[in-house]
Design a binder for this molecule. Sequence first.
Ligand code: SF4
Ligand code: F3S
Length: 118
Amino acid sequence: AIDPNFDTNREKVGEEKLDELRSSANQTAFGDGVAVWGPVEPPEKLGIHGTHVAVDYDICLADGACLENCPVDVFTWVDTPDHPVSEVKVEPTNEDQCIDCMLCVDICPVDAIDVDAS
Ligand code: SF4
Ligand code: F3S
């Protein structure tokens, strides 16, 4: 399961590093605006994406229930070619729209999502 204390246990990957990752082969996995918490070593390690709504990319297996059921469409698919668990993941692109319903946290079969509702 995702570490709910990722924001203290992990380091945020800086914008510079993100620019580097965006221009690499894995560019689609690193969209603009969403924070990434390392370690990041593409294509195998892609970190935790998002802060209020956080998705552990190394746990997500592309079930899709979060994206299909979020009432405010927080998530979008991104390609993660050659990741060992799945070749697409959900990015919490619109995490600022989240209404803390906790549906995605409850529905994900592998507990890849943390929502900080406090
Ligand atoms: Fe969407 Fe609810 Fe999850 Fe927020 S907690 S991302 S509103 S499903
Ligand atoms: Fe991934 Fe879980 Fe959503 S596996 S696609 S975060 S339901």
